[in-house]
Design a protein around this ligand. Structure first.
Ligand SMILES: Cc1cc2nc3c(=O)[nH]c(=O)nc-3n(C[C@H](O)[C@H](O)[C@H](O)COP(=O)(O)OP(=O)(O)OC[C@H]3O[C@@H](n4cnc5c(N)ncnc54)[C@H](O)[C@@H]3O)c2cc1C
Length: 314
């Protein structure tokens, strides 16, 4: 008999919540994680960005205090303390997930998982630190497997984030100095959040979106209100534009974009943040073992309603 009723691969919000619910319903459950309990959301996404935005909001409050009858001197900014707080909040939530898993008697297996065969999860050693109290790499059997491996950043051609002039959201979240200018590629939620944060710190921000409006996945009314709020902060928004290329020119980066009318424009900037959509992690964990004759969608998504997928999990 398999050791587990359920193994969940990936301990992000998709995975750890499913594991807790399964354990509460009486299944002997384990999660496998290779990097961070809580996934992107708690460690590098939703939570740490909200901490940074809260710092920006307080800064804004100081700057507009006189409107409310409060005289406050121009505040001084410590980016390093903002980043430190954001990382510490993420660390606390990461520890909270560890506590919740333990409380619900879920085993945490540490390493890189793949489905080696039906019902067989093979876990290899992962790079980086291993937390205390976790199970080691090895072969683990389960009657059911949930894959909750999340997504990885999409790297735009010629714009591989290096932490120098070209940033990923990791770099934008742990910056050591406030850039004088920042071009953000991608006007989705992530791009908009960093635009608002850095504009408040005094950076000249330009937001470039390929679709006709920012926040293309949200309601148009919401996107319009957000565009107005960002304009008020001095952010330039360029929609319907795509990046053709970028080249380092001395201390600055020259980004060539193609506008909707076919004209090109060069944006000179100190930093560029690549905040385009993410790709699902759909190949590393052994998809082909389960569904040999099922083709993935163009972005690596599992096809919706792929019947063999569910059947193969049983
Ligand atoms: C900057 C930023 C801000 C965001 N802000 C918000 C927000 O405000 N609100 C919101 O709703 N969403 C937000 N998101 C999106 C949110 O982070 C994701 O939707 C969410 O994390 C997805 O959860 P998940 O569990 O599917 O995947 P993830 O959180 O990515 O978790 C997947 C986990 O699986 C692990 N894993 C992957 N492959 C393997 C393997 N083979 N073996 C073992 N482990 C593996 C990964 O290490 C990871 O921990 C934001 C994202 C970013 C980048």
């Amino acid at each position: 008999m398999p050791a587990y009723d359920l193994i969940v691969i990936g301990a992000g919000p998709g995975g750890y919540v499913a594991a807790i619910r399964a354990a509460q319903l009486g299944l002997k459950t384990a999660v496998v994680e290779r990097r961070h309990l809580g996934g992107i959301c708690l460690n590098w996404g939703c939570i740490p960005t909200k901490s940074l935005l809260h710092s920006a909001e307080i800064l804004h409050g100081f700057r507009t205090a006189s409107r409310f009858g409060i005289d406050a001197a121009e505040p001084s900014i410590s980016l390093s303390k903002m980043v430190e707080r954001s990382r510490s909040v993420a660390g606390q939530l990461n520890a909270g997930v560890q506590f919740l898993l333990r409380k619900n008697k879920i085993d945490t297996i540490w390493g890189e998982a793949e489905i080696a065969d039906r019902g067989l999860v093979r876990v290899r050693e992962a790079s980086g630190d291993t937390p205390k109290g976790v199970f080691p790499p090895g072969d683990y059997e389960a009657s059911h497997i949930v894959v909750a491996t999340g997504a990885r950043e999409r790297v735009l051609p010629g714009l591989k984030p290096d932490g120098g002039a070209i940033w990923s959201y990791h770099h934008a979240m742990t910056a050591t100095a406030i850039p004088s200018s920042l071009v953000i590629i991608g006007g989705g939620a992530i791009g908009v959040e960093f635009a608002a944060f850095y504009a408040e710190l005094g950076t000249k921000v330009t937001l470039v979106e390929r679709m006709p409006r920012i926040l293309p996945l949200e309601d148009a009314e919401v996107a319009d209100l957000m565009a107005k709020a960002l304009h008020k902060k001095g952010i330039e928004i360029i929609c319907g534009a795509s990046v053709s290329n970028a080249a380092v020119a001395g201390a600055c980066l020259s980004v060539r974009i193609t506008l909707p009318d076919g004209e090109t424009r060069i944006l000179d900037t100190e930093k560029l943040l690549s905040a385009a959509v993410s790709w699902p992690i759909s190949k590393d964990w052994g998809w082909s073992v389960l569904v040999s004759n099922c083709r993935m969608g163009p972005f690596g998504h599992c096809p919706r309603g792929a019947r063999p997928y569910r059947a193969s999990m049983r």
